[in-house]
Design a protein around this ligand. Sequence first.
Ligand code: HEM
Length: 528
Amino acid sequence: MFKNICNRKPVINRNVFYSVSAYYSRNYSKAQIQSEDPEWSTAKPFSSVPGPSKIDLVFAFMPGGKYHNKPLKEIQSMCRKDYGELLIFPGMFGKRDILISFNPEDYHKIFRTEGAMPVRRGLDTLTYYRKVLRKEVFKDMGGLVAEQGEKWAQFRTVVNPVMMQAPKVKQYIPKIDGVAIDFINRIRQIRNNETNEMPANFEEELNRWALESVGLVALDARLGLLTESTVTAQRCIQSLKVFFRLMFELDFQPSLWKIYPTRKYKELMKALDVMTETTGEYLELAKAKLERKIDVNGNQGEADSVLQKLLKVDPHIAHIMAMDLILAGVDTTCSSIVSCLFMLGRNPNKQRILREEIKTILPDDNSTLTGVAMNSLPYLRACIKESFRICPVSIANFRTTGKNIVLSGYQVPKGVDVVMANMVLLTDENIFPRSAEFIPERWLRKTTEEYPSASTAKPFVFLPFGFGPRMCIGRRFAEVEIEVLLCRLIRNFVVEWNYPDIQFKSNVINVPQGELKFKFTDVNESQK
Ligand code: HEM
């Protein structure tokens, strides 16, 4: 049990948050800056990047202001129209300036110059929790989400081979499929007998599926969230909810938590304590399995699960990764499934084509899914990509510039935070023709003339999992989880969405709003 020190005034050391080598203000001295970028000498100075003033911003976000309560994508479109391809939002309430780019050529340059240790600013609350408040537990390790520079690189070097190898991920398919089958059964239990619709809190059920799935990798355990779960698992899911709600408020909205311990700050720190404790409990169980040489499928043999491999390297790394995988892997996969089901529910013809493809690998609805069979699902992958294009999960890609570079004709010094605001580009007619239509075919290699092809779109616009050495480490797991669940869902049910379009709210990622009353009707004999 942790000592309650959350009531103390937070001890803020700026280095904890700004491990970026240099922090430039817009008033940097021109003489200090040099660049290898050949466009540098003819580019406009950084200080002339257009953008609203602090006062403009305050008024724009206040009730009656032009950005007030508008979806992020709409705000981005307005900014693009008002200021062009590159603009700057001045930092407020102790936060840093943010450069926003709508130019894919800039994205290319940012990624090309990011170096071997790309900087993506972490979440200040999580960084503070690990590196200050619970320093004794985390031994000055922030983990992938919170760390930068050498420390991030050392951590990532250890976990990359364990997390990113395809065979490692494929060995989890039977277990991931087991969770998907439980979820299908759960849908049959909870759906309305007359309408076949899901209850209003279907999102919570999806959260349970997502945590149960990521728990296989992060905790080496079935949590039982879709059947009957333990108290520990319940506590984990509750604290995860608190984390998502408060982390956005404290890290992305004006907050005084760095000045004094606000109520929400204390609540968030407590939720993180619960996450640390519960993941720690599962880790102890995993250590025992490691000693008894129990493999990933529960058999006697080589202890080879992701968690066991990490435990062998360093139990602290294993603990932090377990937490990070849960923090990064629940809401993201949940939103992905909602986005895919919404698109397929709205496009029954495409859903039928997909079902035919799935039937080639699942001739009966209880056939076994194998890694080899999963390789032959191009239409499924195209459907997922097209859903991510129209309803993206990530709101943007983020980097701190790794060098002095020219972006959209402006000199941008090293150390500036940039938002690559690609959300508006994903539905830009000039980049994706017929952009409002759900056309999975645009992602297939053999696309007939009837359909536009995504291959003509600019690279670096569609990067749902980020790019380069710092790209999503859970990508392969996420893809497998999503593909397996969609296979089972579309094989078993005709999915419908019969309500106005689902709205997604942009927090740290895009999350669905409102009641998710999908209709799941059993695929009948003729459709089987
Ligand atoms: C569809 C689901 C997901 C999406 C769209 C997604 C997207 C992303 C993106 C855009 C990034 C930032 C990459 C960059 O900066 O280049 C990221 C990082 C990360 N993701 Fe995911 N993610 C998903 C699922 C997952 C899952 C299931 C896990 C864990 C099992 C996970 C773990 C992580 C971690 C730990 C990082 C930080 C990597 C680092 O900084 O080194 N993600 N993800």
